[in-house]
Design a protein around this ligand. Structure first.
Ligand code: COA
Length: 377
């Protein structure tokens, strides 16, 4: 007979080391991808180079980067049959993350290597998924606005294409640079909830697409990637800088969570939030609505003072995207457009040294019951 588990419960698996990983590390307030700090990468790298780094455990040479970029960019377009299928999906009252989850699942049916298990084929599937995620998000935006999706330009980066396909306008080069940095900052984050979800699905030896669909569903929640959208809705709800302090104090007094604050791992601040704060300042000051940054810093100061919590990646990214004119419900899909690269790195790492994830639950339910016939209940 299997023993009933009677150990301590690590609620939310806090502090549990669930696997070994060499992709990204968090030590105090320092985040590194493959040994490089996030500050270093944000300043010097590009999203496409960062993806190479995450998947290959080293920076590329110039020739390798050119060829990887070309490969990624050539894979950005979506099959026409898929677009026809996606066009039939409802978009009214459908969250873009829910649509993206369905669309990613549908994409698998158009990939002849979707079930592949050899490392080279998995890398090709990973390239396709990373290249196409942003194109899918922009197709959603086109469909819900009753227009045809704009085809990606293989001569341009994922960041440039995202901004172009989303708005239909030639993007401002400064916005593209800022957006590319946002993609770098969101690409991976050790054993975050969605990467863990991808790894759990991978551990049963399911296929790559299933791992990414699991991860998208996990990222969608407001305690994880969905927080960036909630931050902007909160700022809009507060309305003015003058009301911010009181609003936050009341919310904290009512034990409400302030979106974009707190973190399971960082207790001395999220390094990505520091970088994003600078970008938010720069972007909002140049935008027609500069008060969003002032409102954000007022909230930041109040939450720190009253609750001792610091902003996470989602707090200042909200105003960065808002100042670029990106629709609020597209913020979490942007997170997915970047994080797909990290999920894939985790899936590949999981399969290099796999064992199925199968923890135990501590039994707290009823015991020893006997079946009662329905007429006697
Ligand atoms: N606003 C107000 N209080 C918060 C808070 C927030 N954003 N985040 C945590 N707290 C409080 C909790 O209420 C709890 O207080 P208590 O001890 O008085 O009950 C304490 O801090 C611990 O929080 P807990 O929810 O147990 O931490 P966690 O490690 O389980 O969760 C998060 C981490 C990130 C999910 C949590 O901080 C949160 O919900 N933040 C808001 C959502 C968000 O921004 N998510 C994006 C993460 S990158």
């Amino acid at each position: 007979m299997t023993e009933v588990y009677d150990g301590a419960v690590d609620k939310g698996l806090e502090g549990v080391i669930a696997c070994s990983t060499g992709i990204s590390s968090i030590v105090d307030a320092t985040l590194c991808y493959r040994g490089y700090t996030i500050e270093d990468l944000a300043e010097h790298s590009s999203f496409e180079e960062t993806v190479f780094l995450l998947w290959n455990d080293r920076l590329p040479t110039k020739t390798e980067l050119e060829s990887f970029q070309q490969e990624l960019r050539s894979q950005m377009s979506l099959p026409k049959e898929l677009l026809n299928f996606l066009k039939a999906l409802p978009t009214k009252d459908v969250h873009p993350m829910a649509w993206l989850r369905s669309a990613t699942s549908a994409l698998a049916h158009f990939d002849p290597e979707a079930q592949a298990s050899e490392p080279e084929a998995i890398q090709r599937v990973a390239t396709r998924l990373t290249a196409k995620m942003g194109t899918l998000v922009c197709a959603f935006e086109a469909f819900r606005n009753g227009r045809e999706p704009i085809a990606p330009n293989p001569e341009k980066s994922i960041a440039w294409n995202f901004m172009h396909m989303l708005s239909g306008k030639e993007p401002d080069p400064n916005h593209v640079k800022i957006f590319d940095t946002c993609l770098i900052l969101h690409a991976d984050h050790e054993l975050n909830c969605s990467a863990f979800s991808a790894r759990v699905t991978a551990s049963s030896l399911s296929d790559v697409y299933s791992t990414i669909v699991s991860a998208i569903g996990t990222l969608k929640g407001p305690l994880h990637g969905g927080a960036n959208e909630q931050v902007m809705l909160m700022l809009k709800n507060i309305g003015s800088v003058e009301k911010a302090k009181e609003w936050v104090s009341n919310a904290l007094a009512n034990k409400e969570k302030i979106m974009g604050f707190g973190h399971r791992v960082y207790k001395n601040g999220d390094p990505r939030a520091k970088i994003l704060r600078g970008m938010s300042k720069e972007m909002t000051e140049r935008s027609p609505e500069p008060h969003w940054f002032e409102m954000s810093t007022t909230i930041d100061d109040t939450v720190q003072k009253e609750k001792g919590l610091l902003p996470n990646v989602d707090f200042y990214s909200a105003t960065v995207y808002y100042s670029m004119g990106i629709p609020i419900d597209i913020y979490t899909p942007i997170f997915a457009t970047s994080r797909v690269s990290g999920w894939l790195a985790h899936v590949m790492e999981q399969w290099k040294n796999n064992r199925i994830y199968r923890p135990r639950g501590k039994w707290v339910g009823k015991e020893g019951l006997r079946y009662t016939a329905i007429e006697n209940r």
